[in-house]
Design a protein. Structure first.
Length: 232
C-alpha cells in the first residue's frame, strides 16, 4: 500500500501523488533538472542545497544507486520529485534502490504527479517555494500557506551547510578511469589546496587523475594554514 503525498507551491498550485522516499514534511525552493541520467549526482550536488528538485525524465531510479556516483558526503537536496520511480535497480554497480537510498538519508520525495505540468509552470513563472508532505488527510490549502511562510533563498548563506567540516586529503585516482592522457610526463605531482564552497567531488577526482595531490579545506579556512604535511 502506497502512502499519500502532496506537493504544494506558494502560488496556490498543488499536486497529489505518493510518497517515494522518507515520510514527513520538506520545504524548499522548487526547481527542475532535465538530465536523463545522473539522478544520484543531482541528489548529492551541493548546488541544490535548500532546493526541491524535479526530474523531468519520466522514469527515475532504474539503475539504482552506487557509492561511486556521489558528489558530496550525503544528499544535499531538500526534497525530490519524480513522475515514476523504478522499484528495481537494474545495474551491476548498484548497491541498492533509489527509494531505499532516499529513505536511509531522510529525503522526502513524491512520485506519480504530472512533472510535465509542474515543469511548464516553473519554466513560465520561475522557481518558487514549495512543500512536500506525506501521510493521510493532508490539507493542500494549509500546505500552500506553509510554502508561502518559508524563507526565500535570496541572501541565504548555504556555504556553511555544505562545506567540509574539516580538512581532508583526496585519494589518488586512476587516470585510465577518466581516459586521461597527459601531454608530457610529470616530474612531480602537483599540490593543490582546494577550498570547499560546495565543490562537487568529480572535480577532485579529475584533478587527482591528472596528477595532482589535493587537500580540501573548509570554506572559512585562513589561507595561511592551507599547507601539506611535507610542506610545513
Amino acid at each position: 500500500m502506497h502512502t499519500e503525498a502532496v506537493l504544494a507551491l506558494e502560488d496556490g498550485t498543488w499536486y497529489r501523488g505518493v510518497a517515494a522516499g522518507a515520510e514527513g514534511v520538506a520545504g524548499g525552493e522548487v526547481v527542475f533538472n532535465t538530465s536523463m541520467t545522473g539522478y544520484q549526482e543531482v541528489l548529492t550536488d551541493p548546488s541544490y542545497a535548500g532546493q526541491i528538485v524535479t526530474m523531468t525524465c519520466p522514469e527515475i531510479g532504474n539503475y539504482g544507486v552506487s557509492n561511486g556516483d556521489i558528489e558530496s558526503r550525503a544528499p544535499q537536496v531538500a526534497g525530490f520529485i519524480v513522475r515514476e520511480q523504478s522499484p528495481v535497480a537494474s545495474n551491476w554497480r548498484a548497491s541498492g534502490t533509489l527509494r531505499d537510498y532516499l529513505v536511509a538519508n531522510r529525503i522526502v520525495a513524491i512520485a506519480d504527479i504530472d512533472t510535465r505540468a509542474l515543469t511548464r509552470r516553473l519554466r513560465s513563472a520561475g522557481v518558487m517555494r514549495g512543500v512536500i508532505a506525506t501521510g493521510e488527510q493532508l490539507d493542500p490549502a494549509a500546505l500552500v500557506e506553509q510554502a508561502r511562510a518559508l524563507p526565500k533563498m535570496e541572501g541565504s548563506d548555504l556555504v556553511r551547510d555544505v562545506t567540509s567540516p574539516e580538512p581532508f586529503d583526496w585519494p589518488s585516482e586512476d587516470p585510465d578511469e577518466f581516459g586521461v592522457t597527459l601531454s608530457r610526463p610529470l616530474t612531480r605531482r602537483l599540490r593543490i589546496a582546494a577550498y570547499d564552497f560546495g565543490m562537487k567531488w568529480n572535480i577532485l577526482r579529475r584533478l587527482s587523475a591528472h596528477g595532482c595531490d589535493v587537500r580540501v579545506y573548509p570554506a572559512d579556512t585562513p589561507a595561511a594554514v592551507t599547507t601539506f604535511p611535507s610542506c610545513t
